[in-house]
Design a protein around this ligand. Structure first.
Ligand code: SIN
Length: 484
């Protein structure tokens, strides 16, 4: 890795403003998914380091929450500026540990930084209310106060942005954080901690412990000083964490799995639907919770869409994310790639047809070629489960109500997309889709100004936007009596 600032490449945990090794001396190897090469060895923390981080966060939170909102906002602003100033180095670290093309990694850093910018401003807008009281001798006032210590558990698919969009609102609200990044991608999180240190965020306000997922997760969910857990990851793990948090009745916000329908109606603009589907499906090699998972196409436009889309998907250049011109990188590791290939093979065995070239990639590596499948049925596993890979199953439908029914026929409810031009249809379908986010004639819906989150088994809470602070705040009601 060619970094301008080597200080961003940290391998120790960041606890109470200090860089520490795991007490046991254990390390975890971080590998580049494109080559399998070891990029770094990071401290493999466990329960002891996590407890230390929680205690530090608890101590630091009391002082942090008393600072003026403007002071917290200014610190977040410094984080935003520092992230952008280090964009190239942070992108390089991200690509090395996660595999996505460098151009996409740069976009992720800007996306992550935008949450610091957004919440730097929102920190100053934590308003309360005065409420007309039922008696003339009373006054009712509400104030908003930080929840307390927040545990942030984040995934490997967006190792920078998913953490940024938890740390930024937490700090804006006056909370402190103990962060547990995915074991395969700890370096981006540790780099954020290095920037927090440089930005003058007080010791203990931001802590990062990577390592033993079970041990760290158990401590974070059990410890009474942790008052909230913010998690992005699979629905299965989210359910486990919710159960584990029940013992101490923690607040939870869960950004879980998705099974996004991407609907193309007959009246859609064909070329923009194809381009929208491409970015929505193949961003991060399909490893996003908001990736198009099932592409539903109305019969009148099916053949035209299928051939244009398959041609464009087949032309995407697969390669090492560090190489110029790579459009799509590897999946996170070889087992993930094997799982995705198995889903495709299963669909083909059940009667689906492949519209793109057969997978030319080595069957052992983490690479999976973009695939487009036709003759798919809704009961196939590629339609039922979150694929998390570059595979696009196409389903044909006839009517608008059939499309809405098929789209909603899933326990998930994170993101949905549709392409249409008829205004009445845009209103009906937008309202009829049971998802937290709906992209209309748009394949990329992520930005800091908008509320990101799902319904049903895709989770609860919203990240980003003016609503994003609410998950980190408690409303307190002050009742003033005896007023003459
Ligand atoms: C995710 O995959 O969890 C988030 C993707 C995004 O923010 O766009």
């Amino acid at each position: 890795m060619q970094l301008k600032n080597r200080e961003l490449l940290r391998t120790q945990a960041y606890v109470d403003g200090a860089w520490i090794d795991a007490g046991t001396g254990a390390v975890v190897q971080v590998r580049n998914p494109a080559t399998g090469a070891v990029v770094a060895e990071a401290a493999c923390c466990g329960a002891a380091e996590t407890r230390r981080a929680i205690r530090a966060a608890e101590r630091a939170q009391a002082d942090w929450s008393r600072r003026a909102a403007k002071e917290r906002g200014d610190a977040l602003r410094r984080m935003f500026e520092a992230m952008l100033a280090s964009q190239e180095d942070l992108a390089c670290i991200l690509t090395a540990e996660q595999g996505k093309p460098l151009a996409e990694a740069r976009v992720e850093i800007a996306y992550g930084a935008s949450y610091f910018e957004w919440f730097a401003e929102e920190a100053k807008r934590i308003y309360g209310d005065t409420i007309p009281a039922p008696g003339a001798d009373k006054r009712i006032v509400t104030i908003k106060q930080p929840v307390g210590v927040v545990a942030c558990i984040t995934p490997w698919n967006f190792p920078n942005a998913m953490l940024a969009r938890k740390i930024a609102p937490a700090l804006a609200a006056g909370c402190s954080v103990v962060c547990k990044p995915a074991t395969s991608t700890p370096l981006s999180a540790l780099a954020i901690a290095a920037l927090a240190e440089k930005a003058g965020i007080p010791a203990g306000v931001v802590n990062v412990v990577a390592g033993d997922t079970r041990a760290i997760g158990a401590e974070l969910t059990r410890h009474p000083a942790v008052r909230k857990l913010a998690f992005t990851g699979s629905t299965a793990v989210g359910k486990e964490l919710i159960r584990a948090c029940a013992g101490t009745v923690k607040r939870v916000s869960m950004e879980l799995g998705g099974n996004a329908p991407f609907i193309v109606f007959d009246d859609a603009d064909l070329e923009s639907a194809v381009q929208g589907a491409l970015v929505c499906k193949y961003r991060n090699a399909g490893q996003t919770c908001v990736s198009a998972n099932r592409i539903l196409v109305q019969s009148g436009i099916f053949d035209a869409f299928a051939s244009r889309f398959a041609e464009a998907a087949g032309a995407l250049k697969l390669g090492n994310g560090m190489d110029e011109g790579t459009a799509m990188g590897p999946l996170i590791d070889a087992p993930a790639a094997r799982g995705v290939r198995e889903m495709v093979e299963e669909a083909l065995a059940e009667g689906a047809t492949l519209l793109t070239e057969a997978d030319r990639c080595a069957k052992t590596g983490a690479f999976v070629q973009p695939a487009v499948l036709a003759d798919v049925t809704p009961r196939m596993r590629v339609c039922q489960e979150e694929i998390f890979g570059p595979v696009a199953p196409l389903l044909r439908f006839e009517t608008e109500s059939e499309a809405i029914r098929l789209a909603n026929d899933t326990p998930y409810g994170l993101a949905a997309y549709f392409y249409a031009r008829d205004v009445g249809r845009i209103c009906r379908v937008g309202e009829g889709l049971e998802f937290g986010i709906v992209g209309i004639n748009e394949g990329i819906i992520s930005n800091a100004a908008a509320p990101f989150g799902g319904v049903k088994e895709s989770g609860n809470g919203r990240e980003g936007s003016k609503y994003g602070l609410d998950d980190y705040l408690e409303i307190k009601y002050l009742c003033l009596g005896g007023i003459q």
